[in-house]
Write a new protein. Structure first.
Lengths: 593, 591
């Protein structure tokens, strides 16, 4: 029942819905008591020949009133209770989304999207069920069950009620026993099903191999064997599942049998009337559902509790990036790195050590080095995806990065990530992501700067082309250029290109870099790259290796130094010239056609 | 995400067609169906007898207060027997219907899966693997629910209603006729419900899908959202869909409340009022027995009870039909693999390959191969080089019969590959892919695959032949080492060696290497190269090479560009020509 206590805030918030809902349920239960009473009284009236047309009319009138009232009350409890539970789902979903919005990348690094989705869908649904169907089942069990039981005992006979109730506990015990059997069997069936799922996946992924060897038939036999297993496991579940109805039938039958045998004796000894006996048996039929509901209730609560705990676990996770700040103003000025040592949380290896350099406002800084040399780690720290060990390790305008309001800090940056993530909406909305209200002209200009405008015009719907699974599929280079346009559109103080020119060719790279240097006068640019040509014009180039700076200087200084930068640059330049020659040859061929 | 989005709206006629086709799947199980029906009839009749027995007891014995011992005993025995028969047949009936459902779905699954084996590679180019899997499993699972939740429930409901009604007729014809007035009312309610619920249901589903898509996308792209300070805007969008979803859910709750359970409950009470009014009025003129009223009310209740169940399962029904239509679309898919017109006398003996003026296009517009002609003599190695998109993979796709072509001829030992029996092709052509796909199983099962007669020794010999034996034997369990997660615990070179062994185990006359060395780490490259040389010995080989160093000793190198052979010759000839090949060679060695 802990889940109800945990959900106390919600029940308090929806107090009136639940109170009125339960009142409606009580009224429904009371209304349901009426027809059996009327049936008994009319039968008694007929058999004892005391029924008058007036009396009959009154009875019918009561029934009609009961019919209409039941309809109204039943309708309203649904609206009240299911309405409230749906609101709970909505609130929880909204809260979870808010939570997700403020969690740092570390949170996402630790968890898989599928798991987070499961919390937001299955777990919320389970909690919602607890607050809806759960409340309904327990209220209905207690109210309807109790009302019927009391009415039977009070208006007819407590002894007969006791006798008729004897078989009912068997139903509760047996059905809950079936329930546990069912769960066990169901898990096995589920496992067999997921094996079949895996098999299908593998067969489709390996279809070329299977076709090459001509083993389609054997593959199909394999699939059949697994699907046989699925059938077998499911039928085991069915064998238990099919027990529910007959068991209930038998138990209720026994109850009927007892009440008619003993009731008949009471009728004969004039303790009750025949009509009362019939009323009694009708009530008996109304006891089935409340008893079953009780079993169902415990099941719901159990699931709801587990789900609520999982949701709470997410909601209680603290953001490891502090949101408090000391400086309201937006940062401005030079950025300075002075990192003694840094390692990512949960990873003992030192990712960065002895990093010290300055990025002057308005300068362009290039950071190069092998994969894993720490280039991206620097960018991630600057974006405050993680915090450095000491606040003063990175400063912006002389103040520690974390002293600024993170919203203002982020607003200074225009960031183009390595993995060019685009949203599945139109190209226009992707470029204008920072501000959907921007004019088309501004959007087109950003696209032109990123050298993607012409490409976009070539798409079926131009800027309104939807990207992603449901729309056009873009090449890696196109995605990168759209990401660049997305970052350029805000004309940010600091533009960060995190290896974001890797998928475009040398010519396009040069064009984009030229455009950037043309329009970004007095603004800072930070470019990390694998290709030295992307940083050769920078004011300062930092060469990183194994988490620290190994070379630094301008392009010509580094070339003169004859180190890693020099070697890599010459190698890449040679490759580039050969590739161009080859392209010319291939293009020349085309001309021959 | 695509599948959730795909809201197929079927017309009533399409629905009927899909339904009939599903029902046709039950024909092979007609004896099960007949048995299930018999059980259904028994259990329904048993249910009908009980109120009748109670009526007899009340009217014939209790009211007159006469209790002849043997007759009462008889009555009790009948009561208990009927109860037990009822319970047993109900059990059988429920079980048999579920059995039927699982068997039918299994057949559907097998049909769909077998279809996949016959589809051409073209189909797999355009449809993602994930969506095919979801046809096979999730969609078929939705149909299981329909068979159990709808067919069985509907049938039982129908029998129950019909037999209750018959009993009412037996008891009192006039009242039974009067009770008919409720039929059009219920029918009308169901009609209205179906009309609106279909709309609300698909909207709610769509909104939920949107909601989940939005959430999933936000989780994936949270970093970007945060860097651009767009949390509030996206939260707003999410809240809007969330609110809209809530609105529609509430519409469904209201609709259910207006037309389902509450409405049926009301009608039930109204029916009791009609019965009591009727018998009450009648009792002023003639005598009416208590048992009769009791029995009539019981039957009336049994008449209404199934309606509640049926109406609650209507939405399952619609969803299942949509799922079924998707499964049938897969089964009906006509993107089949190229067909053979086999001539049994055609055999592969030496392995000579001829391409004669082959022109091919994937989309019917742009030719990816133009007039390709070349010959590979038995035992020769022909290497294909060129940029991505030059057409080298298409040559292999055609040769492997993954795609059909219309212009030109491809011959093996003088026979068209279209007339060679399929088995002859599969037995004599070995293909090694760039990405060696390993199946769940063991090393041994990955070399043997489904070969019916291959011995363990043959597996070992093949592994030794390609030089894979050393690393295999070093693995825990050796040849019985478990391959998990597509072999991700093995290095790419080791995986490729297993693929080599798999191909060598069937000893093909023709070897096709589709960039077999592209993904190999440099440590294993030498070994791979060694085993490739062994494998090529005595076999006609078509090789797409990523690294030119691997094909320097080829008998013939074809340089492809935009679907045409632009240079051909041996390595030395091509180098001295100083053309494209020479440039490519320099480029690779400039690394």
């Amino acid at each position: 029942m802990k889940v109800f206590k945990d959900l106390g805030w919600f029940f308090r918030q929806e107090k009136s819905s639940y109170i009125f809902g339960v009142v409606m349920l009580i009224l429904v239960a009371l209304m349901e008591l009426i027809p059996p009473q009327i049936i008994g009284r009319v039968i008694d009236g007929i058999t004892m020949e005391t029924l008058t047309p007036r009396g009959l009319g009154a009875f019918i009138g009561i029934l009609l009133a009961a019919a209409v009232l039941t309809y109204i009350f039943r309708y309203y409890w649904r609206i009240l209770i299911f309405g409230a539970s749906n609101r709970l789902g909505r609130i929880l979903r909204e809260r979870m989304y808010t939570k997700f919005s403020y969690m740092s990348p570390y949170f996402y690094q630790e968890r898989r999207t599928g798991d987070l989705m499961a919390h937001a869908t299955n777990d919320i649904r389970a909690v919602q069920m607890t607050a809806g169907a759960g409340i309904l089942t327990i209220a209905d069990s207690i109210i309807t069950g109790g009302a019927v039981l009391i009415t039977m005992a009070v208006t007819i006979s407590p002894e007969l009620t006791l006798i008729a109730m004897i078989p009912l506990p068997f139903m509760v015990v047996l059905t809950s026993y079936y329930g546990t059997l069912l769960n066990r069997g169901f898990r096995k069936a589920q496992a067999a099903f997921s094996e079949l799922n895996d098999k299908s996946q593998e067969s489709i992924a390996g279809i070329k191999v299977t076709k090459t060897f001509g083993y389609e038939k054997s593959d199909q036999e394999d699939f059949k064997a697994l699907s046989d297993d699925v059938v077998e496991k499911n039928l085991k579940v069915s064998k238990v599942d099919a027990l529910f109805d007959p068991t209930i039938m038998l138990v209720i039958g026994a109850s009927y049998f007892l009440s008619i045998i003993f009731g008949a004796q009471m009728v004969l000894s004039d303790e009750i009337t025949l009509g009362q006996l019939i009323t009694f048996t009708t009530y008996l039929g109304m006891m089935v559902w409340p008893l079953l509901a009780l079993g169902w209730f415990f099941n719901l609560v159990q699931r709801g509790r587990a789900s609520y705990e999982r949701i709470e676990e997410i909601m209680q996770t603290e953001n490891d990036i502090g949101q408090e700040y000391m400086i309201e103003d937006a940062p401005d000025g030079d950025i300075e790195f002075d990192i003694g040592a840094f390692n990512f949380p949960g990873n003992g290896e030192t990712a960065l050590r002895d990093i010290s350099f300055e990025i002057k406002k308005g300068h362009t800084v290039g950071i190069v080095g092998r994969t894993g040399s720490g280039k991206s780690a620097l960018i991630r720290l600057l974006l405050r995806e993680f915090d450095t060990n000491n606040p003063e390790d990175i400063t912006y305008g002389g103040e520690a990065l974390r002293d600024y309001n993170i919203v203002n800090l982020r607003a200074q940056f225009g960031y183009v990530p390595q993995d060019h993530f685009l949203f599945s909406t139109t190209i226009r909305d992707n470029i204008a992501f920072a501000d959907p209200g921007l004019d088309d002209e501004v959007i087109h200009e950003a696209a032109r700067l990123a050298n993607i405008h012409e490409d976009i015009l070539g798409f079926p719907d131009g800027y309104d082309t939807v990207v992603g699974e449901r729309g056009v599929s873009l090449s890696g280079g196109q995605k990168q250029r759209i990401s660049i346009a997305r970052a350029l559109i805000t004309n940010p103080e600091v533009l960060i290109l995190d290896d974001s020119l890797s998928a475009v060719d040398a010519q396009t790279e040069a064009t984009i870099l030229e455009n950037i240097s043309r329009v970004r006068h007095g603004k800072t640019n930070i470019i990390t790259a694998h290709r030295m040509s992307a940083v050769s014009k920078a004011d300062q180039i930092i060469v990183m290796d194994r988490g620290t700076i190994v070379e630094r200087g301008t392009h010509s200084e580094l070339l003169a130094r004859g180190g890693w930068y020099h070697d890599t640059y010459s190698q890449q330049a040679l490759r580039q010239s050969l590739t161009e020659e080859l392209d010319d040859l291939v293009k020349g061929d085309e001309g021959d056609e | 995400m695509n599948d959730i989005k795909e809201t197929v709206h079927l017309t009533a006629r399409d629905q009927l067609k899909v339904l009939m086709r599903l029902i046709s799947y039950t024909y092979p199980f007609k004896w099960t169906i007949i048995l299930a029906f018999v059980m259904l009839i028994f259990s329904t009749v048993a249910g009908m007898i009980i109120p009748y027995l109670v009526m007899v007891f009340i009217d014939d014995y209790l009211t007159p207060a006469v209790f002849p011992e043997d007759e009462i005993t008889m009555l009790i025995v009948i009561f208990l027997t009927v109860q037990i028969i009822g319970a047993v047949t109900t059990y059988m009936n429920i079980y048999l219907f579920q059995y039927l459902a699982f068997k039918v779905i299994q057949q559907l699954r097998i049909d769909a899966f077998n279809k996949i084996g016959r589809l051409g590679m073209r189909y797999f180019d355009k449809v993602s693997g994930g969506s095919i899997v979801s046809r096979l499993t999730n969609d078929t699972e939705a149909i299981v629910e329909m068979f159990i939740g709808v067919f069985a429930t509907f049938l039982m409901a129908f029998f129950m209603m019909a037999s209750s009604y018959v009993m009412m007729f037996v008891l009192d014809v006039r009242l039974a006729f009067i009770a008919l007035i409720f039929m059009p009312l219920i029918f009308l309610i169901m009609l209205i419900y179906r009309k609106y619920s279909a709309v609300f249901f698909s909207y709610t589903r769509q909104l939920l899908a949107d909601l989940n898509a939005k959430l999933a996308e936000s989780i994936e792209g949270m970093k970007i959202i945060q860097v651009f300070n767009q949390q509030d805007r996206l939260q707003g969008e999410f809240n809007r869909i969330n609110a809209e979803h809530y609105e529609y859910t509430m519409k469904t709750v209201r609709l259910d409340g207006l037309l389902l359970r509450p409405a049926i409950s009301m009608i039930q009470i109204l029916a009791i009022a009609v019965i009591l009014g009727y018998f009450g009025l009648l009792s002023f003129e003639s005598s009416i027995t208590a048992g009769l009223i009791f029995a009539f009310i019981q039957y009336m209740e049994r008449f209404f009870e199934p309606i509640n169940q049926v109406s609650q399962n209507l939405s399952i029904f619609q969803q299942a039909l949509v799922s079924a239509s998707r499964v049938f679309r897969l089964i009906d898919e006509d993107t089949l693999e190229p067909e053979q017109t086999p001539r049994t006398e055609h055999e592969i003996t030496d392995g000579r390959i001829d391409f004669e003026n082959v022109t091919f296009s994937y989309d019917g517009r742009t030719d990816v191969l133009k007039n390709i002609s070349f010959t590979a003599m038995p035992g020769e190695t022909v290497a294909l080089v060129g940029h991505t998109g030059s057409g080298k993979s298409s040559i292999i796709n055609l040769f492997m019969r993954f795609y059909e072509f219309d212009e030109g001829r491809i011959l093996i030992d003088g026979h068209s590959i279209k007339t060679l029996p399929k088995q002859e092709l599969k037995n004599n052509i070995g293909l090694v892919l760039q990405d060696p796909f390993l199946f769940y199983g063991t090393i041994e099962s990955n070399i043997r695959l489904y070969h019916p007669t291959m011995t363990f020794e043959a597996v070992q010999t093949a592994a030794e032949f390609v030089g894979a034996d050393k690393f295999i034997e070093a693995l825990p369990g050796g040849y019985h080492h478990k391959v998990l997660e597509k072999g991700s615990t093995l290095s790419s070179g080791e995986r490729q060696l297993i693929a080599f062994a798999r191909t060598m185990a069937v000893d093909p006359k023709i070897l096709i290497l589709d960039e077999a060395t592209a993904n190999i780490d440099s440590e294993t490259e030498e070994e791979i190269q060694k085993s490739l040389n062994v494998m090529r010995k005595g076999r006609t080989t078509l090789a797409i090479a990523h690294r030119l160093s691997t094909i320097q000793d080829a008998d013939q190198i074809l340089v492809l560009n935009k679907g045409e052979i632009v240079e051909r010759g041996t390595h030395d000839e091509l180098i001295s020509r100083k053309g494209i090949y020479h440039k490519m060679y320099l480029l690779q060695n400039g690394q």
